[in-house]
Design a protein around this ligand. Structure first.
Ligand code: ADP
Length: 459
């Protein structure tokens, strides 16, 4: 379901004094909401048509460093503007912020008003349009995991300033809280506010639950068309941070915030439909899977090396792929088996679907879903045969296809991928390859606590 506020309803709410602020947000390479806070009257009078942002928003890293070497923008090119064009279908109330509405934007070229090809929404829209041309509607869902801490962001910053380390993180629970209803009762100040806040923002929350480590949470949103799901994902992350902050708590969506603890994932559920009919279902098949579904899954398996950098975009993301912690290490498929990178769910129902379990909670959902889609559609176009299902404990399966072990390896594969270059455009791949290699080179350059603790006295 898209936004829940029409332009006329916003006018009405402004007149009644219910809404005075409109957040106008684009999506950056990290999948964050970036934009401006408008007075509602200005938005209604002019800014709904367009506003502007510096084009460095698609060329900075997490720290907002002005990374050089991008073709799209640089100091040399003067860091000009993009047009932020509000997509009014995403206009919604934000119940957890007083008097506030939100609208998501497409980023357009300042001069031509053409979509910026490497902007995450444009990348996903292009693959969705390609699927549509092939006769498919794309339905997806992401299951977001994160850790909830009792610390406030302010207290963490103070401790960081004092000690140079984020060492005082206290998870909200002391024990593994997977499905634990008593423990999650204690967390309702944040989680109930999150579920109800999202619901009030027009985001169809299914449920939240405790996850498989101390302080770990999961939030599930009902599946929808791919663009809608990516929009819901980024708003959900923003909501989680804002609501936790408002309660004096903090959260992290890092894929692996502590090597001793389970990582946080963002599993992606995927199915194709045609005019309301599930294209993936074939009741005559032994597993209820249609030929199209098998080709789609075969494409994702074949191209997993190429697309992993979009499922795991940081050096840290790869630390999640460890044996025995529910995160996969092997890119194989299986039915209802949580040790495989790809799991077939909803077998025998019209909801039969592919769940990709490789992505971390740190992924940019537009890029991850576009990459999965590009790989799957290539499988359909080439009628790729599906390899036999793997059974048992996939962590121990010798010789099975592995997920790239580092961002460096994944970035090289992404860069050399003819499939991705054809699907996204060569410039888009070069752009994201540059971003990935910047992450690698920063990590190579910086001395970490691990090195200091290990080597200072004994090296
Ligand atoms: P799990 O066993 O992983 O908990 P759930 O039944 O909770 O599975 O569903 C997980 C996610 O899959 C939910 O977000 C749900 O909306 C989504 N989902 C259900 N059916 C489909 C479908 N046909 N296509 C894509 N996603 C779907």
């Amino acid at each position: 379901m898209p936004g829940n506020l029409s332009f006329d309803a916003l006018k009405d709410a402004a007149t009644k004094g219910e809404i005075d602020t409109v957040l106008v947000a684009g999506i950056d390479m990290q999948g964050r909401l970036m934009g401006k806070r408008f007075h509602v009257q200005n938005f209604l009078d002019t800014s709904w048509q367009e506003t502007h942002c510096c084009n460095y928003l698609l060329a900075t890293d997490m720290e907002m460093n002005t990374v050089q070497g991008y073709k799209s923008t640089s100091w040399e090119a003067g860091y000009g503007d993009y047009v932020m064009k509000a997509d009014l279908a995403t206009l919604r109330r934000i119940p957890w912020l007083e008097g506030t509405a939100l609208v998501l934007c497409d980023l357009l070229d300042h001069h031509t008003h053409a979509p910026v090809p490497h902007s995450p929404r444009a990348v996903l829209k292009r693959q969705v349009a390609r699927a549509k041309e092939m006769g498919f509607d794309v339905m997806m869902a992401t299951e977001l995991e994160f850790y909830l801490f009792t610390n406030s962001y302010d207290s963490l910053r103070e401790s960081f300033q004092r000690t140079g380390q984020l060492r005082d993180l206290q998870t909200i629970s002391a024990h593994n809280e997977d499905y634990a209803l008593f423990q999650t009762t204690k967390e309702e100040d944040v989680m109930r506010a999150l579920r109800n806040g999202l619901y009030g923002a027009g985001i169809p929350v299914e449920c939240s639950k405790g996850e498989a480590d101390a302080g770990q949470e999961e939030i599930n949103i009902r599946y929808s068309d791919a663009l809608d799901t990516a929009d819901n994902h980024v708003i959900t992350k923003q909501a989680t941070k804002e609501i936790a902050w408002s309660k004096g708590r903090s959260v992290t969506f890092m894929a692996k915030y502590d090597h001793r603890r389970a990582g946080s994932s963002s599993h992606v559920h995927q199915s194709l439909w045609s005019g309301g009919t599930p294209v993936f279902q074939d009741t005559a098949d032994a597993h209820g899977m249609s030929a199209t579904m098998k080709h789609f899954l075969a494409g994702q398996l074949a191209h997993i090396g190429d697309i992993t950098a979009f499922l795991a975009p940081y050096v840290n993301s790869y630390k999640r792929f460890t044996v025995g912690m529910f995160a996969p290490t092997k890119a194989v498929w299986s039915r209802d088996n949580r040790t495989a990178g790809f799991r077939v769910c909803g077998e025998g129902t019209k909801g039969v679907r592919v769940e990709c379990r490789i992505g971390g909670a740190d992924l940019n959902p537009y890029m991850a879903m576009a990459a999965l889609l590009a790989a799957g559609l290539d499988g359909i176009e080439k009628k790729m045969p599906l390899e036999p299902e793997m059974k048992g404990d996939m962590y121990q399966s010798e010789g099975a296809r592995t997920i790239p072990g580092t961002l460096r390896e994944a970035a090289v594969k992404m860069h050399g991928s003819a499939m991705l270059r054809a699907a996204f455009g060569a410039d888009v791949i070069d752009h994201y390859h540059h971003a990935a290699m910047w992450e690698v080179s920063e990590h190579d350059r910086v001395v970490t606590d691990f090195e200091l603790n290990r080597l200072m006295e004994r090296a």
